[in-house]
Design a protein around this ligand. Structure first.
Ligand code: AP5
Ligand code: MG
Length: 197
């Protein structure tokens, strides 16, 4: 099993690149943002609770997202690998994920972290807000809160995985194709290493 985390601030291209990576490598895509938006559109109690936080640009409580991921992992016992997008987003989530994967006798192989300047993030998200219908995209104040939440609570997750030498920074600016190529090169080099060991 080969599991990876696609990491980066809001608007860094995690969703865009995940689509391409899944088409190429057939990972199971687990995006907590997508899972939460699906709960919201089905008007479930979990969705109603999560929406209060998401509309303000704040993180949803850890226990909610950890429960969701635990359920999703169990739903796909035969996956050849998982691509985590937008998760883990706090140190507590990272610790929980490591434990869940350990129960399945597997682990995170690599965290690919997309780096993009703050102004470019805001430009991309404001532009997407014109058409996306995402309530957290159509207000610059909410976009800036999401980026602040990222700096405060999410960036320590990269330090957590860096301790084990699992973090690789990838420049998230340039064409989608160039960034995709850089991600593929890193994944394939890690896959070769994990096959040898
Ligand atoms: P989530 O859905 O994860 O959103 P996010 O992190 O804010 O990131 P985005 O999806 O906005 O950006 P992205 O990095 O996927 O970029 P994309 O490819 O779309 O989370 C939403 C909310 O849910 C959170 O605020 C939180 O409340 C809650 N939540 C989710 N997970 C949680 C968790 N684990 N714990 C707690 N709460 C959680 O690209 C963005 C735009 O840029 C697009 O328009 C795209 O076309 C464009 N673009 C992409 N690449 C390029 C490029 N190379 N050049 C130019 N434009 C580009
Ligand atoms: Mg996304």
């Amino acid at each position: 099993m080969f599991n990876l985390i696609l990491f980066g601030p809001p608007g860094s291209g995690k969703g865009t690149q995940s689509e391409n990576l899944i088409a190429k490598y057939h990972f199971k895509h687990l995006s907590t943002g997508d899972l939460l938006r699906s709960e919201i559109s089905r008007k479930t109690p979990l969705g109603k609770e999560a929406k209060k936080f998401m509309d303000k640009g704040q993180l949803v409580p850890d226990e909610v997202v950890i429960g969701m991921i635990s359920f999703a992992l169990d739903e796909h016992p035969h996956a050849k690998g998982f691509l985590f997008d937008g998760f883990p987003r706090t140190s507590q989530q990272a610790e929980a994920l490591d434990k869940l994967l350990e129960l399945k006798d597997t682990a995170i192989e690599v965290m690919l972290a997309l780096t993009v300047t703050e102004e470019e993030l805001v430009t991309r998200l404001v532009k997407r807000g014109e058409t996306s219908g995402r309530t957290d995209d159509n207000n610059e104040h909410v976009i800036r809160t999401r980026i602040l939440e990222y700096h405060k609570k999410t960036s320590p997750v990269a330090e957590y995985y860096a301790r084990d030498g699992k973090v690789v920074n990838i420049k998230g600016e340039g064409t989608i194709e160039e960034i995709f190529q850089a991600l593929c090169d890193e994944i394939e080099s890690r896959m070769r290493k994990s096959e040898k060991s």
